[in-house]
Design a binder for this molecule. Sequence first.
Ligand code: ATP
Length: 352
Amino acid sequence: MSIEIRGIGKRFGNFVALDNIDLTIPTGELVALLGPSGCGKTTLLRIIAGMESADSGHVLFSGEEATHLHVRDRHVGFVFQHYALFRHMTVFENVAFGLRVKPRHERPGDADIRRRVTDLLKLVQLDWLAERYPSQLSGGQRQRIALARALAVEPKVLLLDEPFGALDTRVRKELRRWLRRLHDEVHISSVFVTHDQEEALEVADRVVVMNQGRIEQIGTPDEVYSTPASPFVYRFLGDVNVFHSRLHGAWAEIDRSPAGLAANGGDGDALAFIRPHDIDIERVEQHGSLAARVQDVHAIGPAVRVELAHGSELIEVELTRERANGLALIRGDQVWLRPRQVRVFAAESAGE
Ligand code: ATP
């Protein structure tokens, strides 16, 4: 089922939680709503679910008006951060629950329920835990059972609100890969709320970056990471260096050297954004390179992080170990920076 959000607005008193949101999710897509705490992700999810009403705008499911549809008529499944399974029921009974409480004419027979639940437990790879109680499961196992329970009633849309938020980093990483594979199997339209950029980039087909009740950018993980539409998206999606720059029409310069094309043209002060791995360091000056002095060098796993001073600006560069070994940098070295990928925003749009 496709989901269309048209001009959705929501206020709590005077506070604007959602400001004219437009978003289309084609059938079978997994979309992540990503943004800092309080940006409106959960409110938007709850409006899609029918658990919250919007002040303005429309929600359409498969092109049909669904704005005022009751939550039980929307065919949505949920998984929340703290989705308490029924403690007095086994894993099997938890997953079967949604099927057992269906109206009599829709309720499958016992044999069908057994088959469906067994299939779902296999899908989430926990069929061997069917007779356990929730208290006998790990946090990660509980969330997988919560997902099996949500899928049992064959929802047309799956809504996940920080489903792995309460788990430790290692389990989170495992579960997001697992969710990605599961989604590739079941292909159900899904909306996944997270404030963790790595999680969104790894799990989603498309990422919706939100900020203060608005959408800043919608794109594939690669698009939002590599070509952020705004300084906010740049900063939110990873480490970034910010250089003072000047715009001359579509061109921008750093230190009077051409640095790249501006994302939005103009004349005057601007800010140039460059990710740490998009800068190379060289020992000799070349046309367009920027002078800098090495402050610190530290190896982090397979990469080497170099901190440098460029005038009064502190710059971080990430090199491969191979490249770093070749350069053999030490504190105090005078070097030259060569940016590979730069995006420039006029200072007023950069908010500084
Ligand atoms: P988090 O990641 O912290 O859950 P979020 O992006 O999901 O944040 P929302 O829960 O959608 O944010 O909340 C958006 C804003 O609306 C917040 O500032 C929140 O305080 C406010 N808000 C949400 N629900 C209500 C409510 N029922 N009454 C008043 N304000 C609310």
